[in-house]
Design a protein around this ligand. Sequence first.
Ligand code: CA
Length: 687
Amino acid sequence: MGLLALALVLSGCQKGGGVDAKRLSEADKDANSWLTTGRTYSEQRFSPLNLVNADNVAKLGVAWHYQFDTDRGQEATPLMVDGVLYTTTAWSKVFAFDAKTGKLLWSFDPKVDGKRGFSACCDVANRGVAVWGGKVFSAALDGRLIALDAKTGSVIWTTATVDQSKPYTITGAPRVVKGKVLIGNGGSEYGVRGYVSAYDADTGKLVWRFYTTPNPEGKADGAASDQVLNDKAKATWGGKEPASGGGGTVWDSIVYDPELNQIYFGAGNGNPWSSSNRSDGKSDNLFVSSIVAVDADTGAYKWHFQVTPNDNWDFDADQHIMQADLTIDGKPRKVVMQASKNGYFYVIDRTNGAFISAKNYVPTTWATGVDPKTGRPIENPDARYRLKPALVAPSPSGGHNWQPMAYDPTQGLVFIPAMEDGFQFGNDNHYVYREGGWNLGIDTALMALPDDKAQVAAIKASLKGKLVAWDPVKQEARWTAPHPTYWNGGVLATGGGLVFEGTAEGKFFAYSSKDGRELWSYDAGNGIVAAPSTYSIDGEQYVAVMVGYGGAAPLFQHWSTPGQPRLPGRLLVFKLGGTDAVPAYPKALPTKIDVTGVVAPGDPKSGFALFHQNCVVCHSSNASGRYLPDLKASPISRTAADFKTVVLDGALQSHGMVSFAKFLSPAQAEDIRAYIIQEARYAQAGK
Ligand code: CA
């Protein structure tokens, strides 16, 4: 019996999901695999593989591909463990392939209720799985953490990690650390309270939890965060309990440091965005917009660094946190690095949270710099938009968002998928918290583009996407590769001297990591926002990338996106000499808008304000609906009866379009329809 059990354990370690603590902590030596979302615990996303390199990358072709059943955004980084490639798609579906041949081994659909789409600020995306001890861990949009059998995809256990009555969602990838599965959640725009949890990988039982904001009811949670929230955080909320959970959600970056046995995670924006509508408009509001370090075993607080004190601009600090050992002023330093949404690149001492340096990697108007001693931003007072609106750069999309960076230690460069843009902020002086809905506390009508065509052209011209090769020691760019588009893909760096990145317009590029020269590109025919990964089997190196445009910016910032139709997601896997024939996507027909004879007696002016308060985050400002349905072209907008069926009665809730009856009266719905028809008439007339 003992021998048989041992044999089973050994075979389990060799095929499909055989990952344990030792193997994961030594992932850097395992160049052929991609064991965890950031490849190693350092999350540098650098693979030493060099079979594909600057000399031969021109011969890269598709080895195999797979087309998925969803046309929503694809954000996952595929893992490759023991010959099996694991990935996830929109709506939290999980897939396992033979990594060499592309044969589908199994798939799992958690059957997320479509209504949950309403609670997802930034698309129904998923950023991938964790693999450990023969299991695959996946977090579903509705907050379930699910353990699957790595060989079959069958469910081993399921745990609800969030209060199902609240608008929490999960899009991030779990991480496994010493037998515990770590996961956070999103929802700061809606007003939830952020936290990160650790679950036992064998049983799914909660081990510890750390909340990022004080309990709104003023009581203890019985959680790892209780003491520090009481000692440090509570006093930073201006003596005013937030009407909501305060935000600070941990929706992406969760990183383990084996050397110091610490977890580093990023906490999101405050809720509402406007800090004067949140607390007193001047207190720091810990741990909103902060990088926090906790003990990996207990979740006990170690240190924090608040990136944007008293966040007023949706400056989440959830962006990719990576660890590195750098030599700074002649001394070795253990650091974490983040190209934060607020436009500054931070280098922080990870032993104690001490600030080392920060420099803006994109233009910033909200601050002129960061105080070299304290690490606090030197703010431009006008950017707080207390008395009048202010154009603020970066926008809520950030100088850099969740799209992963990569760090090539041989070049000493961090590759940042960066963005330049701005956003018109104005305070909502009549703000009222709305349970379950978006709660921003700002004047959302300012999201609309102005009527002036020259101004619109200027706004569009100010948007830029670029790949920046950043020297984190000198805090300066060594090279920059500009993209014609905004909101591009995550990055992979390799020992072949290459940096891979996809773009919104659907190109997949390989650049020379040394100087940014473009060495190769492939037209995927559909936008890419995910980060690639790489692995090798039988002496051949593969590069895998999820294709499918989506995420926050395409949903509401329609002018920033390339205006492609929504197309089915694909997984593309490349190798040298790959000859797989990938069918071209069908050509999209232009949207036809004809509202001749349509009657909409509501008030379009009131409808404009209501639309930008209720609908803008999915159907885009100015009702342009480039990513989710264009309501100007929709037959549902033609009659009051059809519009009511969807908007108030929830006929399309399984698609994420829930009933707005608790936010809108029938007369208000008709005002919105009148506004949509007015925009449709302008569009029909070519205005
Ligand atoms: Ca946010």
